[in-house]
Design a protein around this ligand. Structure first.
Ligand code: SF4
Ligand code: ZN
Length: 299
């Protein structure tokens, strides 16, 4: 197959593009999402939540390219997943050094007294690994991005279509209302505005971009992902996409249509300060402090 722009050998079939034109297509798509949804303003300070994986490395690189004059820093959470996170963090350190991007690594061990591996080995919790990990990680990302105007994440179209379907399947409409390319509560100083520039880029596209750019990233998966509900939904959507092309885009685009109404409906949810740790929370005691007291003293 030939590139529809120049006739060179295509690296992607839909759209048919060669290496050079695919890279430009992908970067333009990301920049277009940033512009269309007003994700980042001209002078905004940018904190990029990174893991060393393909999506966050791609978004980190493109943010630096689009906003060369803005204050930009990478933030990584070391959950403490032996044989997995140590490898991706090594790749990330190498990448940030090469690109001269400041990197802040925050660990579960230091913040909560135990790594994720250690927390899971206590077997006191009924929750699945990803529920624990996600709750603790979101908390740390918000806490350590304070002072930045935005926190950028590498969520792509596949991630978002999975999140939409998961919340529908579980009847969690209020959680659904918190999705979208711009999330977080910008008007409340305690939450950093979260933005997702890869919102309309598929997993396949972002993997191809990382590969063609020669980023030193691992394509291995976290060993705990197999226990997650998300993995079931991901497999289901991948199966469905292979027989009904366009399903994931359709899910996200339909969702974008109803999102303004969902946001209006759930606009009143109140945010208070957690009475234990002082971080923002929708309950008197935040999810992290409740989790911590469920495990026993880990701080
Ligand atoms: Fe954490 Fe689950 Fe992601 Fe692994 S797959 S890093 S446990 S959220
Ligand atoms: Zn708390």
């Amino acid at each position: 197959m030939k590139c529809s722009k120049c006739g060179e050998k295509a690296v992607l079939s839909g759209p048919a593009l060669c290496r050079k034109h695919f890279i430009s297509y992908f970067e333009k798509k990301v920049a277009g999402t940033v512009k269309k949804y007003h994700l980042i303003g001209p002078g905004n300070s940018i904190c990029v939540a990174t893991s060393g994986g393909k999506d966050s490395t791609a978004v980190l690189y493109i943010m630096k390219k689009i906003f060369p004059k803005n204050k930009l820093s990478a933030l990584a959470i070391d959950e403490g997943i032996r044989g997995y996170r140590d490898k991706t963090l090594a790749d990330l350190r190498h990448f940030c050094l090469k690109e001269k991007i400041p990197l802040n690594v925050v660990s579960f061990k230091k913040e909560f007294g135990r790594s994720l591996d250690e927390i899971l080995s206590t077997k006191k919790l009924k929750l699945k690994p990803c529920n624990i990990c996600g709750t603790l990680r979101r908390y740390l990302l918000n806490k350590h991005s304070r002072g930045f105007d935005v926190i950028v994440t590498g969520h792509n179209l596949d991630d978002e279509s999975q999140a939409i379907v998961m919340n529908l399947f579980r009847n969690q409409i209020e959680v659904l209302a918190r999705l979208g390319p711009r999330t977080g509560v910008s008007e409340r100083k305690s939450f950093t505005q979260r933005v997702k520039p890869l919102y309309f880029c598929s997993e396949k596209e972002s993997a191809l971009y990382a590969l063609l750019m020669g980023f030193d990233v691992s394509f291995n998966e976290c060993p705990y992902v197999v226990y997650s509900y998300r993995a079931d939904v991901r497999d289901l959507l991948n199966d469905y996409e292979s027989s009904h092309k366009g399903t994931k885009v359709n899910i996200v685009e339909s969702f974008m249509d109803i999102l303004p109404n969902l946001k209006k409906r759930y606009a009143d949810s109140t945010i208070v300060r957690c009475s234990v740790c002082g971080e923002p929370s929708s309950n008197q005691v935040c999810n992290v402090c409740r989790l911590v007291s469920g495990i026993g003293k880990i701080r």
